[in-house]
Design a protein around this ligand. Structure first.
Ligand SMILES: Cc1cc2nc3c(=O)[nH]c(=O)nc-3n(C[C@H](O)[C@H](O)[C@H](O)COP(=O)(O)OP(=O)(O)OC[C@H]3O[C@@H](n4cnc5c(N)ncnc54)[C@H](O)[C@@H]3O)c2cc1C
Length: 447
């Protein structure tokens, strides 16, 4: 009998862990992802701020899975899933392909949401991909370079003001790192200004940063950021973004235009467009964040052969974090394995085990929250953060490289990965002008 054909869409935490969990199953897997790498998103901010190289957080999927004989890895942009014919339709550049499946696992993740203001993305890039992180690196270091030759003090102030939108872990980590870069790493390198005079402003709609960590850790984080020199603007929403400014409003009706060149958008997520493809074909629902509402076993209602996992699934009380993707991947793999063997799976309803959350604020400072009771702050939290991230980074090579770069950055304040290029800075906007931009219409690559 022909082996059961499983197509996995995506090579993030969901796709990769599903593939690995099916390594010993009698299935023939095809993994299709629009990038050739597996991306460790939690460390993207370190690529953007010059601590790590992109290779350390994005090893190739092919290399990770080379020892797994039941898998075929393909790079391509999936555009459609024909749920009647059971075909995944995808493209690599201009070549169209179709791959048949008996079971499909959709692990296409989520993108940035600008809450209906997609035009903000032109000047305030998000941080979801390697391209995003490298563009931000070019924008951050580029702003300091331009400030060195600027003679108009007003323009210099604009160049040396960095606005980070979103007070979740990514926003907090970015704001903390830009501040440390300005205060320590770049000290003494410029002749016409003092880099430590740079302003870093964190804008967030909530009452305090890190809302998911509770009020106490949120206030601790605000105090730590303020001490570092980050200006934290809580209960403020961004109402406009242009090339040289961000406009923020408060519930009291105060509006402020903050002149700034470099902005980082770290607020809001929206499910991959493949969610809509699935709902169009199957009639199931999308939630408000564009994620697919699935049954308790993570299948699409009426389609036991279609699983949606990770950031793209909508399951109450499951946050869009790596553990959600990893646990859902292992859960659906066990179901598929049992089906192939003709046995009953141990679990038929997905339950999420919350292992806690952590975020770094700056060098030697982090916060950890596990359940209602266990909270950790400061240096011990930072050590726990380093340790856990090292464990989850994929591959020995990447772990060693990361460890070396962390030693350089955390012990001496230097950063080894400051290189940035014009193409990184303008590439996305140039592609958008060609009509090949964020939807990746021309190329199979990152959005
Ligand atoms: C900046 C940042 C920091 C984060 N920090 C943390 C953290 O500290 N802790 C934590 O637990 N979580 C963190 N997260 C969240 C965590 O990374 C995600 O929850 C997790 O990556 C979700 O895994 P996934 O497999 O569902 O999606 P992803 O990891 O996003 O993977 C999606 C995959 O699908 C592919 N894909 C998408 N569309 C298509 C298509 N049309 N065709 C083919 N392939 C496609 C992509 O290329 C990618 O391979 C962070 C996320 C970001 C962006």
């Amino acid at each position: 009998m022909a082996p059961h054909r499983v197509v996995i869409i995506g090579s993030g935490f969901g796709g990769l862990f599903a593939a690995q969990s099916l390594a010993r199953s009698d299935v023939e897997i095809t993994l299709i992802a629009r990038t050739s790498h597996h991306l460790f998103q939690p460390l993207l901010y370190q690529v953007a701020t010059g601590i790590l190289s992109e290779g350390e957080i994005a090893p190739t999927t092919r290399e990770i899975l080379r020892g797994q004989s039941n898998i075929h890895v393909l790079q391509g942009l999936v555009e459609d899933i024909d749920t009647d014919q059971r075909l995944v339709k995808w493209r690599n550049h201009n070549d169209a392909h179709e791959t048949p499946y008996d079971t499909v696992i959709v692990a296409a993740g989520a993108g940035q949401s600008y809450f209906g203001n997609d035009q903000f993305s032109t000047f305030a890039p998000g941080m979801k991909t390697v391209d995003d992180a490298l563009e931000l690196r070019a924008r951050i270091f580029g702003a300091f370079e331009q400030a060195e030759i600027e003679t108009d003090p007003q323009r210099t102030a604009e160049l040396l003001t960095f606005v980070v939108v979103g007070g979740g872990p990514t926003g907090v980590e970015m704001a903390g790192q830009i501040r440390e870069l300005a205060s320590h790493t770049l000290r003494g390198e410029f002749r016409t200004f003092d880099p430590s005079s740079a302003r870093v402003i964190l804008v967030d709609g909530a009452e305090h940063p890190l809302t998911a960590f509770g009020q106490k850790l949120g206030e601790t984080t605000r105090a730590a950021l303020t001490k570092l020199g980050v200006e934290v603007r809580s209960t403020s929403v961004v109402t406009d973004v242009d090339e040289c400014s961000v406009t923020v409003s408060t519930p009291e009706g105060n509006t402020e235009r903050i002149p700034c060149v470099c902005k980082v958008w770290a607020a809001g997520v929206s499910g991959s467009p493949l969610g809509k493809v699935i709902t169009d074909h199957t009639g199931t629902e999308l939630d408000r964040s564009g994620r697919v509402v699935v049954d308790l076993d993570l299948t699409v209602p009426g389609h036991p052969e279609i699983f949606v996992i990770g950031d793209l699934m909508s399951v109450p009380d499951v946050p869009g974090v790596a553990q959600g993707a990893i646990q859902s991947a292992r859960f659906v793999s066990a179901i598929i394995d049992a089906r192939v063997k003709g046995t009953t799976p141990k679990r038929t309803e997905f339950t999420y085990h919350d292992k806690g959350s952590m975020a770094t604020i700056a060098r030697f400072k982090a916060v950890v929250s596990i359940g209602e009771k266990f909270k950790l702050t400061g240096f011990p939290a930072w050590i726990a953060w380093c340790f856990l991230h090292l464990i989850y980074i994929v591959g020995f090579k990447a772990r060693i490289g990361t460890l070396v770069h962390w030693f350089i950055s955390f012990l001496s304040n230097a950063r080894s990965e400051q290189t940035n290029t014009n193409q990184q800075m303008v590439g996305r906007l140039a592609l958008e002008k060609l009509g090949a931009g964020s939807s990746g219409r021309l190329v199979a690559g990152e959005e």
